[in-house]
Ligand binder design. Structure first.
Ligand code: TXA
Ligand code: MG
Length: 337
């Protein structure tokens, strides 16, 4: 596997190789979306079950047949408003697919998930693919998060390489785009109904979607749509993760763990900077805003695993119900805690 330039990455993708691609949300493992063999390799490298659909990433946000719109067959007015307001950015739209979006990327569903990432390197790779191979432009790449299936998503290149590096070959490229500025995955919005429905909370909140569309946002509970990212085991660190509803509960959890024989130094705490953490525990993150919480969360979870932390107690106090960090922490909790 080569540490590459955007041009080398574009060439590798066009040849059917895979690229560890920085985006503003998390690093992706990218492969040409119209190359079934490349998409199949993404699944193999991730260890991901094949019925899980992937997001197609494109560079040109226009929802017409010469651009992002070439992957879909139709879009309601509110989807166009969302694309205009938030692309490039941490938003994925699920829309009825066109013939370009084959079963390989949709998992056999009649919809496709589309996103225009905001990271300049990701956009440069996609545009360079179009320059090198204009006959098949506009190109799209399938890119799930570049982690082993079920593990925490990578927010720096080293995290992706720790999970997948050994499975990549000389025809693949890893691009270093620095630390992801959002730090949790894109918000996924199902745009097949009369109102937008959030299938996965992420970088863009429901309030912003309501503001732009003037429509009430539904949440995923009643949709019946498969969102494999909602499996309880997703985003799980090896350590046991517990959410504390307030500072008092946080202290009580630490006491309980210590009383049951856990070495206090093996208890990691993720809490807003204003929340004091019990003495002797390892502070994994002290964010001063919800954005900083999201940006640092996955790194803190990996850091916990790397340093032998057995229990992570996260301050759930300020995590509002539909926010991205709250959703990720809830899913990161294992069923045995
Ligand atoms: O921020 C992100 O979205 C990152 C970066 C790399 O762009 N990508 C990412 O991909 O998180 P992945 O594969 O880890 O998660 C994609 C999610 C999965 O939960 C998948 O089930 C859902 O998108 N998805 C994909 N296509 C879908 C569809 N047609 N209908 C409903 N959900 C879909
Ligand atoms: Mg993922």
């Amino acid at each position: 596997m080569n540490a590459g330039t955007p041009r080398a990455a574009a060439a590798a993708l066009l040849d059917g190789g895979l690229v560890v691609l920085p985006t503003e949300t998390v690093y992706g493992l990218a492969g040409r979306a119209d190359d079934p063999a490349a998409v199949a390799r993404i699944y193999a490298v991730k260890g991901r079950p094949s019925q899980h659909p992937v997001i197609v990433h494109v560079s040109d946000p226009r929802l017409d047949p010469t651009a992002a719109g070439s992957w879909i067959s139709e879009a309601p007015a509110y989807a166009r408003q969302l694309a205009e307001a938030f692309w490039p950015g941490p938003l994925t739209l699920v829309l009825p697919r066109s013939a370009r979006a084959t079963d390989d990327v949709t998992g056999g569903q009649d919809t496709v998930a589309l996103r225009v990432p905001a990271h300049p390197l990701a956009l440069e790779v996609l545009r360079t693919m179009d320059d090198i191979d204009p006959a098949n432009a506009p190109h799209g790449v399938a890119a799930p998060s570049a982690n082993r299936f079920g593990h925490v998503s990578p927010t720096v290149l080293a995290h992706a390489l720790a999970d997948l590096g050994e499975l990549l070959t000389d025809s693949d490229v890893a691009l270093d785009g620095g630390a992801c500025t959002v730090g949790v995955e894109s918000t996924i919005v199902d745009c097949t109904g009369e109102q937008p429905r959030v299938l996965r909370p992420g970088g863009i909140g429901a309030a912003a979607i309501e503001r732009v569309t003037g429509l009430r946002v539904l949440d995923s509970a009643a949709s019946g749509i498969r969102v494999p990212g909602a499996l309880p085991s997703h985003y799980a660190p090896a350590a046991t993760l517990v959410l504390a509803p307030d500072g008092e509960a946080l202290a009580a959890y630490v006491d309980a763990a210590a009383e049951s024989g856990v070495d206090v130094r093996r208890i990691g705490v993720i809490a807003m900077s204003a929340v004091p953490v019990p003495e002797g525990t390892a502070r994994l993150l002290a964010p001063d805003s919800m954005d900083a919480y999201a940006r640092g969360l996955y790194d803190a979870l990996r850091q916990a695993d790397d340093t032998g932390i057995a229990f992570i107690i996260a301050d759930g106090y300020r995590l509002h119900h539909r926010g991205a960090p709250g959703s990720r922490c809830r899913r990161g909790q294992r069923s045995n805690c």
